[in-house]
Design a protein around this ligand. Structure first.
Ligand code: UD1
Length: 416
């Protein structure tokens, strides 16, 4: 099995470009099932998760063509299959996002239930609550879940938690429903705004994306269009932490800085200089890293997807830092691995108390999930010796060319 090796690296220097956002590209690819003409997506990141979603679309009868690096053409005019196979569903939980589009386009959909996941049980009750409110019948048996509706009819839906996936699935189901759907306590993530702007280009009528109330007026049919995926705010944040932790000076390009306000604020609290300049951001590290506290929250709060990377950084801040994880129930899988590298972290329920140490030491470690993998890469950059990271398929699910990009900044990182 291939591993990522990270050696003690000099302070990172130079420029790096952020790829398109994984979490935007996945729902937008799923939403492409709603179009009846050619769709061209640009700035699609080159990731394992994207490959899986393209496989899902093909298995449902869509034509998917890679035109060039980052450019994908999709034609869903003849989709004919409403069943998502178990092996595709089990590869990636986000495959569940095809349920909304299939239900509204074909009147029925069937998929295996997404299984457990390293970062918590991740139920789908809110997705199903939305489909039911629109008039779907839901059945579950033998590990499968099916939804059926002769026609979906718009309604008011209140989400008990602003789930990103549920908001996306309900928007996608509502675009071809009869009448108006109003989603209250909707997720406000930039990826929801990107999905809505893509669907509106295809002819949908969605208003309020980016706020907690989204209104979708059903239309008869969606066409095609061209859309560029927004930059990946989590990838950008990961590079910013890489600069902070190595005492570097890097410029991250292709960033929408308003999407990463909490990351910028926390890096400044820790003592870094962060200089915003149009669509790029410069991060200058410091030798004197100060402790801080973080509470993960739905957008615009601090993103749970940056929690693990910040925990690596906090492990080297002088003093005590606290992390409270409120979005997922079990997202501290990286802690044991960081402790093996010398970090001093204690878990108490949903809180982690991090006592800064002078340095980290290399060790063979395992990525338990995508962002945990990124946290270990960051730790490897400053640990003395060679850090050997196993289970790197998690990292490849969400980082497009991580070792090429970090190497260009001067990091010593390679596969073996
Ligand atoms: C998306 C992101 C993921 C990110 C997460 C939170 C994608 C592909 N993934 O995941 O990277 O970490 O948002 O920002 O975009 N929940 C329920 N019932 C539901 C759905 C969710 O209780 O029906 C709970 C989950 O268990 C979790 C919380 O809501 O505790 C947040 O989940 P959600 O916002 O749905 O995350 P995802 O869409 O799965």
């Amino acid at each position: 099995m291939e591993k990522i090796m990270v050696e003690t690296s000099p302070p990172l220097k130079g420029k790096v470009r952020t790829s398109g956002a994984k979490n935007s590209a996945l729902p937008i690819l799923a939403a492409s099932l709603l179009g009846t003409e050619d769709i061209i997506l640009e700035d699609v990141p080159n990731l394992k998760d994207i490959e899986v979603m393209c496989e899902v679309l093909t298995s449902l009868g869509a034509k998917v063509e890679i035109l060039d690096k980052g450019i994908i053409k999709i034609n869903s005019s003849n989709i004919n299959n409403y069943v998502t196979r178990y092996e595709l569903m089990s590869k990636m939980r986000a495959s569940f996002l095809v349920m909304g589009p299939l239900l509204t386009r074909l009147g029925k959909t069937k998929t295996s239930l997404p299984g457990g996941c390293a970062i918590g049980t991740r139920p789908i009750d809110l997705h199903l609550k939305g489909f039911k409110a629109l008039g779907a019948n839901i059945n579950s048996d033998h590990g499968n879940i099916s939804a059926y509706a002769e026609r979906l009819i718009g309604d008011k839906i209140y989400l008990d938690f602003p789930s990103v996936g549920a908001t996306e699935n309900i928007i996608m189901a509502a675009v071809l429903a009869e009448g108006e759907t109003i989603i209250d306590n909707a997720a406000m993530e930039p990826e929801i705004v990107d999905l809505a702007s893509f669907l509106n280009k295809l002819g949908a009528d969605i208003k309020g994306a980016g706020t907690s109330t989204i209104r979708v007026k059903g239309v008869k049919k969606l066409g095609g269009g061209v859309h560029s995926i927004i930059p990946d705010r989590i990838e950008a944040g990961t590079f910013m932490v890489a600069s902070a932790i190595t005492g570097g000076d890097i410029i991250v390009e292709n960033v929408i800085t308003s999407h990463i306000k909490p990351v910028i604020a926390k890096l400044k609290e820790i003592g870094c200089q962060v200089i915003e300049n149009g669509d790029s951001v410069r991060v200058i590290g410091t030798k004197n890293l100060k402790p801080t506290d973080i509470k993960t929250l739905p957008y615009p709060g601090f993103p749970t997807d940056m929690q693990a990377q910040f925990m690596t950084l906090m492990s080297l801040c002088k003093g005590t830092s606290v992390v409270i994880e409120t979005v997922f129930e079990n997202r501290f899988m990286h802690v044991d691995e960081l402790k093996r590298m010398g970090a001093d972290i204690k878990i108490d329920g949903r809180s982690a108390i991090i006592q800064g140490v002078d340095n980290l030491t290399s060790a063979p470690v395992k990525a338990s999930d995508l962002r945990a993998g990124a946290a270990l890469v960051l730790a490897g950059l400053v640990a003395d010796g060679v850090t050997e990271i196993d289970n790197i398929y998690h990292i490849d699910r969400g980082y497009d060319g991580i070792e090429e990009k970090l190497s260009k900044l001067g990091a010593i990182i390679y596969r073996k």
